[in-house]
Each structure stands twice: as structure tokens, then as C-alpha cells.
Design a protein around this ligand. Structure first.
Ligand SMILES: *[C@@H]1O[C@H](CO)[C@@H](O)[C@H](O)[C@H]1NC(C)=O
Ligand SMILES: *[C@@H]1O[C@H](CO)[C@@H](O)[C@H](O)[C@H]1NC(C)=O
Ligand SMILES: *[C@@H]1O[C@H](CO)[C@@H](O)[C@H](O)[C@H]1NC(C)=O
Ligand SMILES: *[C@@H]1O[C@H](CO)[C@@H](O)[C@H](O)[C@H]1NC(C)=O
Ligand SMILES: *[C@@H]1O[C@H](CO)[C@@H](O)[C@H](O)[C@H]1NC(C)=O
Ligand SMILES: *[C@@H]1O[C@H](CO)[C@@H](O)[C@H](O)[C@H]1NC(C)=O
Ligand SMILES: *[C@@H]1O[C@H](CO)[C@@H](O)[C@H](O)[C@H]1NC(C)=O
Ligand SMILES: *[C@@H]1O[C@H](CO)[C@@H](O)[C@H](O)[C@H]1NC(C)=O
Length: 559
């Protein structure tokens, strides 16, 4: 009867369990797990003994009331188990193999009750590991980007790929995600690996891809973001002029061809003056350009000559020519007309200068003068271009003496001045010896000086000559002794011989003469007051004074 009752009871318990579903306890892999017996509601005083067993016939331990538990010799558990006061079983270092049903059998005084509990063991997965990482994605081509792995999980971890925070799903064409779960035979833990194959589009240039490991017992863990170089073919090229314009003849002009593909091509075709040049660079420099370089330039891909771009270049130029340049030699009185011929790519301004002075118009002479000689500068400018041309005008002429004069010099000297015009500068020849000097006051005009101390009345001639001819003029010079004699007559007391005294002497002489005349006149008037002054006696009475006056006047004229 007892046996039958026990059996019936067992059946009832197992039936009850099957119907209601097993209670489950979860443990962390490697840790201690505690499996309660009837949720800890077993009352010790009502219990004869408690037995823990597993699966169908595995014995773990038995505990009689008021006794220490007896652990069975089962190899799976004898080292790892124990029982608590409330009859719950604890197992250390749980592993996947411990995922089974443990049953707490409580034998009371009248009943035998069984409380089965299912143990579930979990383990959180490892961090995501990226392998088989590629660096380059080609547009439009399904490429394996990377593999993401997470190991040692239970239950198996899920792996989800993201592109810029958006999850990626296999779509059978552009995206292919292959997930594989492998369970380790020894540990029972799962390794999830997921391979992402992806077809890039141009918008993926800076896209960040991440792999996320998801597990029921832990927070989601992201891999570090993966960035790929996106390769795509060139669709367009662009030709630019990188040198700073505008260009003028002699400049260097650098062209640069850029392509929108990645990676950019390493060589390009440049079409220079209709000639194709393939260069291993994206630039081409035209050196020392001329007006002939004005035109359209092109560049293209080497393997796709239909992908082409063009740019126009204008080379500015300025040509200036004068009807004559260098040294222009003309005769005095001749005419000269300069013409300037300008060829330029734009509006040109021409200005003229002679020396530092600006001229208002281009030089034109009907009657050349010596003063027209000089260096003339023609400046033509257009935008940044500037050209300067010069010519030197030389007006030549046979010398002509314009003036020959005499002046008082220092001490007992007289200075003769012979003013001549002519070019090339004439040489002078004086008919008497003396100390020579010369000065040029303006182009073509020379003043020659001769300082002499004449003892005699002289006729001095000045001869000027150059390769083109000569001129001569003479002047009469009275002796200085003569002059001094006259001065002495005027003022006998004067003992000084320097020129100041001499000049004063002349003035005093003059004054005395005037005074003498005045006195004479006064006497005359007093003596012949009654109409007698009309007689010829006047001449006699004042003959000496008159002579003196004349001499003084003539001397004055000489100086
Ligand atoms: C029970 O075990 C404890 C130590 O684990 C020991 O001190 C005690 O003597 C044991 N009792 C019996 C009845 O064997
Ligand atoms: C990943 O790379 C390893 C060798 O590095 C190779 O054996 C394996 O097949 C690769 N996996 C994939 C999915 O390409
Ligand atoms: C893993 O994926 C399965 C199937 O898609 C899903 O049912 C489960 O909830 C996922 N687990 C986690 C932790 O996201
Ligand atoms: C142009 O390039 C040549 C050679 O590269 C160089 O010698 C010259 O100085 C350059 N000219 C100018 C105006 O930069
Ligand atoms: C530039 O070209 C001009 C005419 O084409 C030539 O006279 C000149 O010597 C060249 N200069 C250089 C630096 O090559
Ligand atoms: C001028 O001086 C030179 C020497 O200095 C002399 O030979 C010449 O005779 C002099 N002429 C006259 C005209 O005095
Ligand atoms: C110089 O000429 C003056 C008249 O001009 C005359 O009186 C004088 O006697 C002359 N002297 C000599 C030395 O011939
Ligand atoms: C210079 O004097 C001479 C006589 O001595 C005379 O014939 C001549 O005309 C005079 N010349 C000048 C320019 O006065």
C-alpha cells in the first residue's frame, strides 16, 4: 500500500509538473547557483529527509533531519555541491552541462513530495571582434567589408550591422549578411560570427559601419566604427588655369586637370595646340607663352578620352615700334617727325617724356633747335603690360658767335666773353694769350672767356670751330695803362691800386667833373650875367673840363 501510494504520489507530482511547466532557475556560467527546494517553503520539523537528484537517476546528496548531508559519489557533482539550511542545493562553477532538471525530493512522515527545478545557465558574450576587414569599397560591387565575431555566449549572441546608426538587413542584392553560430563541443558556449557584404554607393564616402553584439543578459556592445575608402570611377574632369591671370607674353601658364573619381587618375591627356600630350601629373605648364598660345585647351582621361574639359586662355601682348630709335642726329633748322606703331591686344595708352618732363604729344619739330636735343622716352601701357622705348636726338650745327663783349676783370685785367652756338661743342681760338675759361649754359651754347691784362690797344679775335665749320669775330680792347692814366687824372691823390679804390676813383672823378662844370657854369653865369653868355667864349673857358668829361664818358662806354 505504501509503495502504491508513493508511486501514485510520484505520478501525480510529475503529471502536475508537466502540466504547470517547470520552475526555472538561472545561473551565471562559472558562478555559484542556488536551487531552492519548493521555493524555500519546506519546514524542517516535518521532514524525515531530503534528497537532491538530477535528471532521471542521478543522485547528488541526501540530508536527514539533524544530520549532515551525505554527498553521493557522482562524478559530476561530488566536488561542487552543498545544501543549505532551507534545503536549497548550491552548485559551484556551473557550466553548460548543468542545464538540466534538479529535483528536490522531500520525504515527510506521511508524504513524499518532489519539486523539480530547471537550471538555465547563461554567459555574456565577448566584445565584438572585427576580422577580415577590407579598406576599400568599390561602388556598385558587392564587397565583403568585414566579419564580426562574438564568442563564448549562452544563449548565442545576435550580431547586427549598422550603417550610420541604421541597422542593415540582408536584402538579397546590395546587402548580404551571413550569420553563423557555432557551439563549442566542450564548453557548450556559442560563437556568433557575421559577415557583411555590401554594395557601396557614392553616398557611402564617409559612412560609418558598426557591428553590434546583442545578448539577452547584457547591454548591447558596439564595435568601433569602420570607415572605408570608396572607390568610384571618374565621371567628369575639370580643367582649370591655376596661374594668376591675366597673362602676357613671356608668362608661364599652369593648367590643372582634376577628376571626380576616387582614387583620382595618375595621368591625364592634355591637348596643347591640338597636340595630345599624356602626362603622369594633373598639371601642365605652358612656359614663355606668346600670343599664339591664345586659344582653347583641353584635358581628358587617358582611358576615356570622351571625358573631357576645356578652358580658354588669352595671352595679352603689346608691340611698340618707333619710326627710329637709338641716336638720331639732325642739323639745326631741319625737321623731325616721330611716329609710333602700336600693336596690342587691348586699348593702349602712349605717353612721352623728355628727361623728367612730360610731353603733351608725340615729338614733332619743324625747325630743330639745339634745345631740342635730349633723350626722349615713349611709354606704352595696356593693363599690366608696359613697354618703354627711347631715342636720343642730337641737333648739330656749325658754330656761330652770337656775342663778343669785354668786361672789367679783377685787378689790371679785362675779361672777353665770346658767346657761341653750335654742336658738337666748338673749340675756341683766341688771337691773344690769356687765361681761358668756358661754360655751357644751355644745349649748344658755350661762353668762352679770356682774361687778359692788355698793355696796348689790341684787336682781339675769337674763332670758334667744330667739324661742321667755324666763325670769327673781333673786338678792340684799349690798354689798361691808358685806362689807369685816365683814372689818375680824375683823382691824383688816389694812391690805392686795388680795384675798389679804382672804382671809387672813377665815381669821384665823375663827381668832381660835374662839380667843376657846375662851378665853371656858376662863374660864367656870375661874370656874364647881362646877356654876354651868348658869345663863343664858353668853349675856351671850359675846354679842359669838357675833354675830361668826354674821356670819362668814353671810358665808361668801354667797360
Ligand atoms: C557535521 O559536520 C560538521 C562540520 O562540517 C561537524 O563539525 C559535525 O560533527 C558533523 N556532525 C555529524 C553528526 O557528523
Ligand atoms: C577571413 O580571413 C581568413 C584568413 O585571414 C580566411 O580564412 C577566412 O575565410 C576569411 N573569412 C571570410 C568570411 O572571408
Ligand atoms: C536575437 O535574434 C532573435 C531572432 O531574430 C530574436 O528573437 C532575439 O530576441 C534576439 N535576441 C536579442 C538579445 O536581441
Ligand atoms: C617659367 O618657367 C621657367 C622654367 O620652368 C622658368 O625658368 C621661368 O623663370 C618661368 N618664368 C616666369 C615668368 O615665371
Ligand atoms: C620666350 O619666347 C621668346 C619668343 O618666343 C624668346 O625670344 C625668348 O627667348 C623666350 N624666353 C625664354 C626664357 O625662353
Ligand atoms: C702765347 O704764349 C705762347 C706760350 O705760352 C707763346 O709761344 C706765344 O708766342 C704767345 N703768343 C703771343 C701772341 O704772345
Ligand atoms: C689807344 O687809343 C687811345 C684812343 O682810343 C689813344 O688815345 C691812345 O694814345 C692809344 N694808346 C696807344 C698806346 O696807342
Ligand atoms: C678797331 O680799331 C681799328 C683801328 O685801330 C678800326 O679800324 C676798327 O674799325 C676798330 N674796330 C671796331 C670794331 O671798333
Amino acid at each position: 500500500m505504501y509503495r502504491i501510494a508513493l508511486l501514485t504520489c510520484l505520478l501525480t507530482v510529475s503529471l502536475m509538473n508537466q502540466v504547470s511547466g517547470l520552475e526555472t532557475v538561472t545561473g551565471k556560467y562559472g558562478d555559484i547557483v542556488e536551487i531552492p527546494c519548493n521555493n524555500g517553503r519546506v519546514v524542517e520539523t516535518e521532514v524525515t529527509f531530503v534528497k537532491w537528484k538530477y535528471d532521471k537517476d542521478g543522485n547528488i546528496l541526501v540530508k536527514h533531519r539533524d544530520q549532515n548531508a551525505t554527498v553521493s559519489s557522482d562524478v559530476n557533482y561530488k566536488e561542487r555541491v552543498g545544501i543549505k539550511k532551507d534545503f536549497s542545493l548550491f552548485i559551484t562553477q556551473v557550466s553548460m552541462a548543468d542545464q538540466r532538471t534538479f529535483t528536490c525530493m522531500v520525504v515527510g512522515t506521511a508524504d513524499i513530495l518532489e519539486y523539480p527545478v530547471q537550471l538555465a545557465v547563461y554567459k555574456v558574450p565577448s566584445q565584438p571582434q572585427i576580422t577580415n576587414l577590407t579598406t576599400v569599397m568599390a561602388i556598385g560591387k558587392l564587397t565583403t567589408l568585414a566579419q564580426c565575431r562574438s564568442e563564448g555566449a549562452n544563449p548565442a549572441a545576435n550580431i547586427t550591422w549598422f550603417k550610420n546608426k541604421t541597422p542593415l538587413m540582408t536584402d538579397g542584392a546590395a546587402i548580404k549578411i551571413t550569420t553563423n553560430v557555432v557551439v563549442d563541443k566542450e564548453t557548450g558556449l556559442s560563437t556568433t560570427s557575421s559577415t557583411l557584404e555590401y554594395t557601396a554607393v557614392k553616398g557611402d564616402i564617409d559612412a560609418k559601419f558598426t557591428c553590434q553584439v546583442q545578448h539577452i543578459k547584457s547591454a548591447n556592445v558596439d564595435s568601433s566604427p569602420l570607415v572605408f575608402t570608396v572607390n568610384y570611377p571618374t565621371e567628369k574632369v575639370n580643367l582649370q588655369v591655376v596661374s594668376q591671370g591675366p597673362f602676357k607674353e613671356g608668362d608661364n601658364v599652369t593648367l590643372k586637370c582634376t577628376a571626380d573619381g576616387n582614387p583620382p587618375p595618375s595621368s591625364y591627356n592634355f591637348y596643347i595646340n591640338g597636340e595630345k600630350k599624356t602626362v603622369n601629373s594633373n598639371t601642365y605648364t605652358l612656359t614663355n607663352v606668346t600670343r599664339e598660345n591664345t586659344g582653347e585647351y583641353k584635358c581628358s582621361l587617358v582611358d576615356h578620352e570622351d571625358i573631357v574639359s576645356s578652358v580658354a586662355i588669352t595671352v595679352e601682348y603689346l608691340d611698340v615700334a618707333l619710326s627710329s630709335t637709338g641716336k638720331i642726329v639732325k642739323k639745326l633748322g631741319e625737321s623731325l617727325e616721330m611716329t609710333v606703331d602700336v600693336k596690342a591686344s587691348g586699348t593702349t595708352e602712349v605717353s612721352w617724356k623728355k628727361g623728367n618732363a612730360k610731353l603733351n604729344s608725340l615729338p614733332k619739330f619743324d625747325n630743330l633747335m639745339y634745345s631740342d636735343s635730349g633723350v626722349y622716352e615713349c611709354v606704352a601701357s595696356m593693363a599690366d603690360l608696359k613697354k618703354t622705348l627711347t631715342f636720343e636726338l642730337v641737333v648739330e650745327g656749325s658754330p656761330v658767335i652770337k656775342n663778343l663783349i669785354k668786361e672789367r676783370g679783377l685787378g689790371m685785367t679785362k675779361v672777353l666773353k665770346c658767346v657761341a652756338e653750335g654742336f658738337p661743342k666748338p673749340t675756341v681760338q683766341w688771337s691773344v694769350n690769356g687765361s681761358n675759361d668756358e661754360s655751357v649754359s644751355e644745349p649748344g651754347k658755350v661762353t668762352y672767356s679770356l682774361t687778359i691784362a692788355p698793355n696796348d690797344n689790341l684787336t682781339v679775335s675769337c674763332t670758334v670751330s667744330n667739324v661742321l665749320g667755324s666763325d670769327i669775330k673781333s673786338i678792340n680792347v684799349s690798354s689798361l695803362v691808358e685806362d689807369v692814366k685816365m683814372d689818375k687824372q680824375a683823382d691824383q691823390k688816389d694812391e690805392y691800386s686795388d680795384q675798389t679804390v679804382m672804382a671809387v676813383g672813377i665815381v669821384v672823378g665823375l663827381m668832381l667833373a660835374v662839380l667843376a662844370i657846375g662851378v665853371a657854369y656858376w662863374l660864367y653865369m656870375k661874370k656874364f650875367r647881362e646877356g654876354s653868355w651868348k658869345t663863343g667864349e664858353k668853349e675856351d673857358g671850359s675846354a679842359e673840363e669838357s675833354k675830361k668829361l668826354e674821356e670819362n664818358q668814353s671810358q665808361k662806354a668801354d667797360v
